[in-house]
Write a protein that binds this ligand. Structure first.
Ligand SMILES: Nc1ncnc2c1ncn2[C@@H]1O[C@H](COP(=O)(O)OP(=O)(O)OP(=O)(O)O)[C@@H](O)[C@H]1O
Length: 624
């Protein structure tokens, strides 16, 4: 991961911010437009009031013509009402379009995650990068979250500046009457230039100091990543439902607290940021505020002196002070924004490092033939595999052919490569050596989405969503209710379903519905198997499908196994060897290799084989 040792150059700053802006525009054009139109409106409309009130004051201080005063008052009131109406409408539009900006950013990141090669999800670098991006985003609002708001502020500053300049020009060029004596210096070009330079210098220094203070966050971004990551874990320790029981049982909160304090004190009162806030960050922020006040003094002095000397009427004093303050505000926020965009560029670079992670998996385009007879033949040919970054082979020289419509059991000790074998079959990873063939063609040549359509898998660590039961089974918001019920019945869920108040419309868990039901581990496993059945793919793969089932449920599933699986080719991983007798063939994995293959009866009879050893190790607990 790239280290934030120094700020990005101005050129890089422009490129990175523009790229981020275009991402937002592509995803959410209305959101971007609503912000910019609002900003233009907000920046320009105040000048109408400034201009009209100057005319009113001049009229009051001058000829005091009643008709003209009436006219000016009506115009002022009418325009104020119209502007207020326009602002309200624009605000509504903007608020609607900008609802959930944080979620929108998360959506951009999730899109990338879903599109990414599965293998990249496993990599520590990917996890670290994403975690850093999220911490910077949630902690300091850095990264994508800041981009639109910065562009909006930039646009607002430029408009404020231009509007202010147009109303200020006459302040500098208006002449003081010769009768004012020494005050005529106020229109002397050199003096005017000097005043402008002083104003600009002060205007520049204040935001520059403030940016300097902000840059300490960007420069030290790497040092608070670990602290942030820990905070986001330890800070929410009490909220994690899945670890709540363990934390209570072993009082792990104490251990976590100690670890948190000892290893990282980034945000503590002795930490880096406390020191920085006390030192340079505090100093530059305070200096910036103090210098802004000096500016106001200089402006008032110059404008009031010119009015005193007779260069313009009293009404213009408010106009000039307001508009010149706006010019200064515009310049100041322009500098501030550019500085902030530069600080943010370091954080954007990390976002793009993540969004640019390439998809290296070969993307084939062959369509998978839709066969009514389900005659799909899969073959592993000399397949070996190492996980990225690992020197060990998780699979070694695996050769296997799946016979159509047969039931294959895969057994072996922990870590022998069974799940890895399934992940390769599903193309979540690619073999390091060898190839996997579907009907004689390398699976990489097929369109990935189509290839996945021929498999239904229940992974060991399957997940159900806190959505409706029917949606979970169908993996879709719309579904065929009868088919859902049929699949649930096949896996022995009928009784539990009958107890559910809203049937297949019942929400699982209580996250989104107070009437939701908490299902047990075994019930969840049945639902996951029903989901695999609903997909009705030619291959059904079950990775330890009955590990969480009670003996009766397990027996029920096995007695109906052939009925459940139907004409599909089934691959079945299990540690309960007794359950494999329903299969036509068993493959025994050991240290990544297939060391035995045969029918259940032949393997039990082979006294020298691994299967015999495993079988008897398990059987003794039942016979002794
Ligand atoms: N994502 C991964 N990165 C690196 N190594 C991994 C990864 N997943 C598994 N391994 C390693 O690959 C080997 C095979 O693991 P696999 O999960 O395929 O075993 P298994 O036979 O399914 O085990 P179990 O019976 O415990 O489920 C193990 O040594 C494991 O540590």
């Amino acid at each position: 991961m790239e280290k934030n040792k120094k700020l990005k150059s101005w050129g890089e700053m422009v490129k990175l911010n523009n790229r981020a802006f275009m991402i937002f525009y592509k995803h959410y054009p209305q959101m971007v437009l609503s912000r910019f139109i609002s900003v233009i409106w907000t920046a320009l409309t105040p000048y109408v009031g400034v201009y009209l009130s100057a005319l009113l004051i001049d009229e009051l201080a001058g000829s005091r013509n009643v008709d003209r005063l009436q006219f000016l008052v009506s115009i002022t009131l009418g325009s104020t009402a119209l502007i207020a109406l326009g602002s309200a409408l624009l605000n509504k539009w903007k608020e609607t379009q900008n609802a959930g900006l944080w979620l929108k950013v998360e959506h951009i990141l999730s899109e990338k995650l879903l599109d990414m090669d599965y293998v990249n999800l496993d990599e520590t670098e990917t996890a670290e990068l994403l975690s850093t991006i999220r911490q910077n985003q949630n902690g300091g609002g850095w990264g994508l979250l800041r981009v639109i708001q910065n562009y909006e502020a930039l646009c607002s500053s430029v408009l404020t500046l231009l509007g202010g300049i147009s109303l200020t020009v006459s302040l500098f060029i208006s002449r003081v009457p010769e009768s004012a004596g020494a005050y005529t210096i106020l229109h002397n070009p050199l003096f005017v230039l000097l005043v402008i330079v002083v104003m600009l210098v002060i205007t520049y220094i204040a935001p520059a100091l403030s940016n300097k203070a902000g840059s300490y966050w960007a420069l030290n971004a790497d040092s608070h990543n670990l602290g942030n990551r820990m905070l986001s874990f330890f800070g929410w320790l009490g909220y994690h439902r899945d670890i709540a029981a363990d934390v209570r049982m072993y009082r792990q909160d104490k251990m976590c607290e100690r670890y948190n304090h000892n290893k990282d004190d980034t945000f503590g009162s002795n930490g880096l940021f406390a020191h920085l806030s006390w030192g340079p960050i505090g100093f530059y922020s305070a200096a910036s505020s103090a210098i802004s006040v000096i500016f106001t003094g200089v402006v008032y002095a110059f404008v009031c002196l010119k009015a005193w000397a007779g260069a313009f009427g009293l009404g213009a004093v408010t106009q000039y002070v307001t508009s010149i303050t706006k010019v200064s505000g515009g310049v100041s926020s322009l500098i501030s924004m550019l500085g902030d965009m530069r600080n943010n560029a370091s954080f954007l670079a990390q976002v793009f490092e993540f969004l640019d992670i390439p998809n290296n998996m070969y993307q084939g385009s062959l369509t998978v033939e839709k066969r009514r007879d389900r005659k799909y033949q899969v073959e592993f040919r000399n397949v070996s595999f190492q996980y990225p970054g690992s020197n060990n082979y998780a699979l070694r020289n695996v050769n296997m052919k799946f016979e159509i419509g047969k039931r294959l059991a895969v057994v072996g000790m922990n870590g022998s490569g069974k799940t890895t074998f399934i992940k390769l079959l599903c193309r979540l990873y690619e073999p390091t050596e060898g190839e996997i063939l579907l009907n004689g063609i390398d699976i990489r040549k097929y369109n990935y989405a189509e290839y996945m359509m021929i498999f239904s898998v229940v992974f060991q660590d399957f997940k159900l969503f806190a959505f409706k039961l029917g949606e979970n089974v169908a993996s879709n918001a719309t579904y065929d209710g009868e088919r859902v019920i049929d699949c649930l019945q096949k896996v022995g869920f009928a009784e539990r379903l009958a107890e559910m108040q809203h049937g297949i419309e019942t929400y699982l868990y209580k996250d989104y519905d107070k009437d939701g039901v908490n299902v047990s581990g075994g019930e969840a496993q049945k639902i996951a198997i029903a989901r695999a059945l609903y997909k009705d793919a030619p291959f059904i793969i079950l990775d330890e499908p009955t590990a969480a089932l009670d003996p009766i449920a397990e027996a029920e599933i096995y007695s109906k196994f052939n009925d459940i699986v139907g004409d599909k080719t089934a691959i079945y991983i299990s540690h309960r060897l007794s359950s494999c007798k329903f299969c036509d063939e068993i493959s025994v994995f050991h240290e990544g290799a297939v060391i035995q293959q045969g029918t259940p009866a032949s393997l039990v009879a082979d006294e020298k084989g691994k299967y015999y050893e495993l079988w008897h190790a398990q059987a003794q607990y039942y016979t002794e």
